[in-house]
Ligand binder design. Structure first.
Ligand code: MTE
Length: 330
């Protein structure tokens, strides 16, 4: 890969130009997909500059606002300070709205209601449910989780939401179901990134059923005691704190139980760099950079060491003990 510009994490946040980082992924996409077509159709997204942007108008009232704050589950604690909300909600990856970190304004175009969710595939009975009804049925709580992006930055967020297991239990999967695939919304009218047809939209992620029912697997519906901001994945966003952040798909509309391993969005684009398992491991480098340490958003100074399974080994290491042949950390 041609990487001439310094990567985003090599600079302070205030000076970061994450576009350059993502140009790497974009050039990957270009290199891997049909070359001549891509060469003729350079990536063009609206408003991808590096300056933090502020929503042009106040957000519309969220009908779930009365549900928050929810009580904190003290089982999930942090050993470092919570990331200031202003950082966690303004430094985002959401390719549907652009390839820079500054997508706050663009993401406000996503309509959150009505928001229908499908639960289908290998289940007793497929379910089609509005997000507000789903929120009524699910046991909401707050959890403090670390988030480690594959790009070697991290943050620490108080998410509100519910255990993914609660949704799995509601879905009643059939005995043949081995995986859960989750798909993000698709609406190129509001999401300019989705006009770029060489990305395999919609954004899809998948986990095994054992992972989906692990106690850590969480669907975030809020953050910092409020409904989830659109740029962070409202109204439903997967949160798998022991995996690299790209597994945490945002804007979910569909949960499909299947007997076939799903191929995730980034895996489809470049499986050698972004695999299915994507468990955090400081000893397994990304092909183009080390994963040994991370830049914590909002913390001045050097990086901190990255931890195996992002520090959640006691909860999840057993899931992988018999998988010696799998690329568990990529
Ligand atoms: N989900 C969708 N639908 N689209 C995306 O581009 N980016 C992923 C993940 N979920 C992404 C997504 C990546 S790479 C990361 S690191 C996290 O979202 C970033 O979450 P944040 O913006 O809340 O920090």
């Amino acid at each position: 890969m041609l990487i001439k510009s310094p990567r985003g994490w090599e600079r302070p946040l205030s000076q970061s130009t994450p576009e350059s980082l993502f140009r790497n992924r974009r050039s990957l996409v270009k290199a891997l997909a049909a070359g001549p077509i891509l060469a003729a159709a350079p990536f063009a997204l609206s408003g991808c500059d590096d300056a933090p942007k502020v929503a042009a108008k106040p957000p519309e009232p969220d009908p779930s606002a009365h549900l928050y704050p929810v009580s904190r589950n003290e089982r999930y604690t942090l050993d470092r300070p919570i990331t200031p909300a202003v950082l966690a909600t303004s430094y985002n990856n959401y390719y549907e709205f652009g390839s820079s970190k500054s997508v706050v304004r663009e993401a406000q175009a996503l309509p959150l209601r009505p928001w229908m969710v499908s639960i289908d595939g290998l289940v007793e009975k497929p379910i089609e449910i509005g997000v507000d009804e789903l929120l009524q049925k699910m046991p909401l709580e707050e959890r403090l989780y670390r988030h480690r992006c594959v790009e070697a930055w991290s943050m620490d967020v108080p998410w509100s939401g519910f255990a993914l297991k609660a949704l799995v239990d509601m879905a009643k999967p059939l005995s043949g179901a081995r995986y859960l695939q989750m798909a993000s919304f698709q609406n190129p009218k509001v999401a300019p990134g989705q006009k770029s047809s060489w990305y395999p939209w919609p954004y899809v992620e998948g986990v095994t059923l054992a992972e989906a029912t692990n106690e850590l697997a969480f669907i975030a519906t809020g953050a910092y005691g409020k409904p989830l901001p659109k740029q962070n994945g409202a109204p439903l966003r997967l949160t798998l704190p022991w995996k690299y952040g790209f597994k945490s798909a945002k804007g979910l509309v569909r949960f499909t139980f299947t007997d076939t391993r799903p191929v995730s969005f980034w895996e489809r684009i470049q499986g050698r760099e972004y695999g299915f398992w994507a468990n955090v491991n400081p000893e397994v480098s990304h092909p183009r950079w080390s994963q040994a340490s991370e830049r914590v958003l909002g913390r001045d100074g050097g990086k901190v060491p990255t931890r195996l399974y992002n520090g959640y080994g006691e909860y999840v290491a057993h899931l992988y003990k018999d998988m010696k042949d799998e690329r568990l950390f990529m």
